[in-house]
Design a protein around this ligand. Structure first.
Ligand SMILES: C[S@@+](CC[C@H](N)C(=O)[O-])C[C@H]1O[C@@H](n2cnc3c(N)ncnc32)[C@H](O)[C@@H]1O
Length: 201
């Protein structure tokens, strides 16, 4: 069941216009005008506070948070505005459009937290760790770039370890410390969280 549309969604999104990007050209121009130490990207940020916490702790890094559901995104946006973070940029788009928004080899780290598992083979190419997506990330990541991946789904985790390795990533136990909204719920429910840090160098 799809979540109910949030009240005053359009007006709330409009209020966040300064940090919300829907046009690739505008986003690229704004990013080019800044000189960050590095650019990190979260794909499928949901309404999670993960990006906000991570951005607040690392002001020298530009954090881009991409989400295709505005209904989820609006909570994260309002939280970022309340914190007054200038290093956070939100993109309302599907992950398939990432190459429109970023130059090749311009992202140092990609976070994928609790993405939808799409376990049926029919929908395997929708998994954010499917080979088609990983090839795309590889083109967007810097030479020392990494993908930090977390899930509570063991099947998706095992699949993702295989696809990451096959795409040329080196797998490690190194992962981000901040908890996402889903992660907090799953930890409270006593579920196992699977994490991997995958590096290109
Ligand atoms: C299960 S939620 C996890 C949210 C957040 N990362 C967390 O851990 O709390 C997965 C999110 O990924 C988003 N998502 C899934 N596929 C996507 C895609 N292809 N492009 C952009 N967002 C996507 C969904 O809309 C959803 O908000």
């Amino acid at each position: 069941m799809r979540p109910r549309k949030k009240r005053h969604l359009t007006e709330r999104l409009e209020r966040a216009f300064a940090i919300l990007y829907t046009e690739a050209e505008t986003f690229r121009a704004e990013l080019a005008a800044r000189t960050p130490e590095a650019v990190h990207l979260e794909i499928g940020c949901g309404k999670g506070g993960f990006t906000v916490q991570t951005a607040a702790a690392n002001p020298e890094i530009i954090f881009a948070a991409l989400e295709r559901e505005n209904n989820a995104l609006v909570t994260d946006l309002e939280c970022a505005m309340a914190e007054g973070l200038s290093n956070l940029m939100f993109i309302s788009a599907d992950a398939k459009r990432l190459p429109e928004f970023f130059e090749p080899h311009s992202i140092q780290r990609i976070y994928i937290n609790f993405c939808d598992p799409w376990l049926s083979n029919k929908h395997a190419d929708r998994r954010l760790t499917a080979p088609g997506f990983l090839d795309m990330y590889k083109d967007l990541l810097t030479d020392d770039g990494s993908v930090f991946f977390k899930t509570d789904n063991e099947e998706l985790f095992n699949y993702s370890r295989k696809t990451l390795s096959a795409t040329g990533f080196r797998l490690t136990e190194d992962f981000a410390e901040w908890l996402t909204d889903y992660e907090k719920k799953w930890i409270e429910a006593g579920r196992t969280i699977y994490r991997v840090g995958a590096y290109l160098d």
